[in-house]
Each structure stands twice: as structure tokens, then as C-alpha cells.
Design a protein around this ligand. Structure first.
Ligand SMILES: [Zn+2]
Length: 303
């Protein structure tokens, strides 16, 4: 059984009418998985203790955000109206990515049905990201026996700017970002490995650039664990991405990442990352590719 990490709160916090954030996709994805009766088991995360975030983020930033005292301009940069439910949702999803690491270490592969807050920096949030779950989870992984280096593979179409700055100078956390060169965020601080690709990049070009880069990262850094942000906003119909990758391209990408982790016998914790469509049901088969790839690679289950 493939471990999936999920909580109903992921699709349950107040947003203004017409907000860009695809709030329902998490619930819809879980319903799709259940309908297909794939061999998975669910693990419900606990809310991460916000006080513990002060080891990772600037304590003033953490406290202001948690208590709703962040200046409005800084809240706007995050892109959500403040609510207690938003904070609880964020803390639960942070606990979720941490739990995904634990389940991945236990079983080889686990998937979090949200996560990937790569635009969250040390002392500010942006682009729908309050706190950086990828960095939190990487530090958590490094506390496990035998894990001395974690590779964060960020395939969301947007550059992993917060992850890059928060892991800068830390040679136990290696960051790889493959992204669109002309897209949010405008400022792209260096990751350990950056692979910027032009607008309208198609599946074949995407894969022929990314796969050698991923192999190189494994070869050069010899990671003991991978945290994989499998954003599907690289899809041709995505409303916030500018690539022209199709669903088969996403499938090939997810399969390749999992295959390489399996070949190297290192655990992989995956998060579903970005994916933006007004018609949120259209995102479900794209995110479901990640689950299908994990079932095929680690459980020999064809779906
Ligand atoms: Zn994105």
C-alpha cells in the first residue's frame, strides 16, 4: 500500500469568491483516488507546533503571521486573507510534509496531497506560501539515522526562490529547480542547480533537459533522500504557467524521478505542488499521475 498524507482541512479555509487558489483540488484528488480504489493508505497529519518554526523562520515573522498581526502589504504578498483557519491549515500541511518524510523513510515512497511552499523565505512569505514545508521537511529528514544529505527536486513551473535562499550555504540540503525563465518570481536567487527553460517548452524538450540534470545531481551530490515537488503547473493549459508540456510529459517526468530514487535505493517524499485552473476538476488527472507513477514504480501496480 502506498502511503498518502491527507487532511480534509486542505480544502477548507475561507477565500474570497473568485480567488486564484485552487482550494477544492485537494479534496477532488482524494475523491478520484478513492473512486479508482487504488491500493493506498491514508495518514492524517497533526498540526505542526508553530513555536518550532522559530528555529527555521525569523521568530517575529512567525509570531506576527500566526497572530494575524502581519502588516497588510505583507499579507498581500502572500496572497491570502488572514484567518485562524488559514493558520491551522498551514500548520497541518507543514505537519503533513514532515509526516510524508517519515512514511517515505519507512516504506521508500510517500506522497503528500498538498505541499510545496517554495516561495516562503526566512522572514517573509509570498505566492500562496506562508512557511517553507520543503525546508522544514529536509531538516526533519536530516535528523533520521543514515540521512546526511537531502536533495530537493523542485519541478513546479515557478522558481523555488524561498527554498534556494533558506538552503543557501547548507551543504546538507541541495536544491534543484527546473522552471520557466520568465515567470514568477521575478527575482530568482540561485539554487544549487538551476535549470531555467523558455516559455512554450514542450514535453520532449523539457524531459531532455531535466533528466540529464537530475542524473547529474544524483551523481554529484549522492543524496540519501529526495523531497520532490511535483507541480503540474508545467502543463500546457495551466493558467499560471507558460510551458507547453502535456499530460504524457508529466507522467514521464514523475516516473523518471521515482525510477531514479528506486535505482539508487533512496527514499522519496513527494508533494503535489502547484497547478492552477479555474476548472479545478481538470487538475485532478494531472496530479493523479504522481500517485500512478508511485504505484507503478514502488508497488508494481498498473493503474
Ligand atoms: Zn507554481
Amino acid at each position: 500500500m502506498l502511503p498518502l498524507i491527507y487532511h480534509p482541512i486542505y480544502s477548507d479555509f475561507p477565500l474570497p469568491e473568485g480567488h486564484r487558489y485552487p482550494l477544492q483540488k485537494y479534496r477532488l484528488l482524494k475523491e478520484h483516488i478513492d473512486l479508482n480504489q487504488w491500493p493506498v493508505n491514508y495518514h492524517q497529519p497533526h498540526s505542526h507546533k508553530w513555536q518550532r518554526l522559530c528555529e527555521l523562520h525569523q521568530p517575529d515573522y512567525v509570531e506576527s503571521l500566526v497572530y494575524g498581526k502581519l502588516p497588510l502589504a505583507k499579507m498581500r504578498r502572500i496572497g491570502f486573507p488572514w484567518s485562524e483557519a488559514l493558520i491551522e491549515r498551514s500548520m497541518t500541511s507543514l505537519g503533513g510534509t514532515v509526516l510524508t518524510v517519515d512514511k517515505a523513510i519507512e516504506t521508500g515512497c510517500a506522497i503528500h496531497l498538498t505541499g510545496g511552499y517554495h516561495h516562503s523565505h526566512f522572514d517573509f512569505g509570498s505566492g500562496f506560501c506562508l512557511f517553507n514545508d520543503l525546508i522544514l521537511a529536509a531538516h526533519h529528514a536530516l535528523s533520521a539515522p543514515g540521512i546526511e544529505r537531502v536533495l530537493i527536486v523542485d519541478c513546479d513551473v515557478h522558481h523555488g526562490d524561498g527554498t534556494a535562499t533558506m538552503a543557501a550555504g547548507n551543504d546538507e540540503i541541495i536544491t534543484l529547480s527546473v522552471h520557466c525563465d520568465k515567470n514568477f518570481p521575478s527575482r530568482k536567487p540561485p539554487s544549487d542547480i538551476d535549470l531555467p527553460l523558455p516559455r512554450n517548452t514542450q514535453s520532449e524538450e523539457y524531459l531532455s533537459a531535466f533528466l540529464p540534470c537530475l542524473n547529474l545531481a544524483f551523481h554529484q551530490y549522492q543524496p540519501d533522500m529526495v523531497i520532490y515537488d511535483a507541480g503540474v503547473d508545467i502543463h500546457e493549459d495551466d493558467e499560471l504557467g507558460y510551458f507547453s508540456v502535456d499530460q504524457a510529459g508529466i507522467r514521464a517526468r514523475d516516473n523518471a524521478v521515482f525510477a531514479l530514487c528506486k535505482e539508487h535505493q533512496i527514499p522519496v517524499a513527494a508533494v503535489i505542488g502547484g497547478g492552477y485552473r479555474t476548472e479545478q476538476t481538470a487538475l485532478v488527472p494531472l496530479h493523479a499521475e504522481l500517485v500512478r507513477a508511485a504505484l507503478a514504480t514502488f508497488h508494481s501496480v498498473a493503474t
